[in-house]
Design a protein around this ligand. Structure first.
Ligand SMILES: Cc1cc2nc3c(=O)[nH]c(=O)nc-3n(C[C@H](O)[C@H](O)[C@H](O)COP(=O)(O)OP(=O)(O)OC[C@H]3O[C@@H](n4cnc5c(N)ncnc54)[C@H](O)[C@@H]3O)c2cc1C
Length: 318
């Protein structure tokens, strides 16, 4: 069976959920082989096995800590030459996409980014689904040259358990790699809430919240659900909430299991960043708001009346 390389995303030995998603996806095409760079593979082995990884190529070279993305791209290129995988899957994060692009150049292969699904075509080769032009068009595309490299948008696939051996197989870089070197690390200040792009639930607020004070209701709802907070550009431009939480074409792209749009009209630029969410719930006082065209469930009403009742119901169920 063909081998499918999956680049692991991990931190301090904890495997990120997107890695399980990629292993699950890899099983559609062949035998998943995880590529692990840096320390912690022994800690991550069990969870990779639980999602069906047949083996884990472990590269613990110091270079992986010293450099940003260059050694990982070089290692993957080396593995493509040595193992001839049928497909390489990488998380569509900022770092993942940079690695994928470098790998495509190194191996003269085709690259598909921001895929939201990947299925075998008639000939068994992967066909990616992508949402383009601000989310207004869905395209299906395939790689015609080299080894297909696909950067998948996180949360696009539900991880499904399956048992795998996840045998550890040491590999190392053939040579020294140049490139941008890490000179220092600073741990980002983070609250208790999950990261916006990784959260399985996102609660976003819009201009309907009326101001920074009104926006606090969005944080309360997010905390009741254990969710991340997002915001429309109207909110971030007005300074009601920081820009790093903006969802949309010029903000973050999210694809959680559940997205709540509260007091957001649903402009195309906002939709571009959230429309691949699995379930979308909208709360808006205007029954004609475009967000309802997209929503799976909607409540027409004043958010300052609806959201407190929602929080009360959620707290009763805890
Ligand atoms: C190049 C470009 C890039 C852009 N990028 C982004 C982007 O990345 N992300 C983004 O979000 N936007 C982006 N925009 C802006 C976008 O076009 C919209 O202006 C913006 O999304 C509107 O934000 P909003 O829905 O919060 O506000 P509005 O469109 O003003 O909608 C507010 C909604 O709240 C409802 N409402 C009001 N009061 C209440 C209440 N009490 N209870 C319930 N509902 C209420 C209203 O009915 C209305 O539907 C971009 C625009 C451009 C031109």
């Amino acid at each position: 069976m063909a081998e499918i390389l999956v680049l692991a995303e991990h931190a301090n030995g904890d495997v990120k959920k997107v890695t399980w998603e990629l292993i699950t996806l890899a099983r559609r095409f062949g035998e998943p082989a995880v590529v692990w760079t840096g320390p912690g593979a022994e800690q991550g082995q069990q969870s990779c096995a639980e999602f069906g990884a047949a083996r884990i190529y472990v590269a613990g070279d110091a270079q992986f800590d010293d450099y940003v993305v260059a050694p990982t791209a070089e290692l993957l290129a080396q593995l493509i030459r040595d193992k001839a995988p049928a497909l390489v899957l990488i998380a569509g994060t900022a770092e993942g996409k940079e690695i994928a692009a470098r790998l495509a150049v190194k191996t003269d292969s085709g690259l598909l980014t921001d895929a939201v699904d990947l299925t075998p075509g008639e000939d068994g080769n992967p066909v990616a689904e992508q949402s383009i032009f601000g989310g207004s068009t869905v395209v299906h595309s395939r790689v015609k040259r080299g080894t297909p490299i696909v950067a998948m948008r996180p949360h696009s696939v539900a991880p499904e358990p399956a048992s795998g051996a996840a045998d550890l197989s040491p590999v190392s870089l053939a040579g020294q790699v140049d490139g941008a070197k890490v000179t220092g690390r600073v741990v980002a200040e983070r609250g208790e809430r999950p990261d916006l792009t990784e959260a399985s639930i996102v609660v976003s607020g819009g201009r309907g919240t009326g101001g920074a004070e009104g926006f606090q209701i969005i944080e309360k709802l997010a905390d009741a659900l254990g969710a991340a907070v997002g915001a429309s550009r109207a909110v971030t431009d007005a300074g009601w909430y920081p820009h790093q939480f903006q969802v949309g074409q010029t903000g973050k792209t999210v694809s959680p299991q559940l997205y709540l749009a509260v007091g957001i009209s649903g402009a195309i630029q906002h939709r571009a960043g959230m429309q691949t969410s699995k379930t979308i719930v909208a709360i808006n006082k205007d029954g004609e708001a475009p967000i309802f065209e997209l929503a799976d469930f909607g409540v027409v009403g004043d958010l300052f009346k609806v959201v407190p009742q929602l929080i009360e119901e959620i707290s009763k169920r805890k």
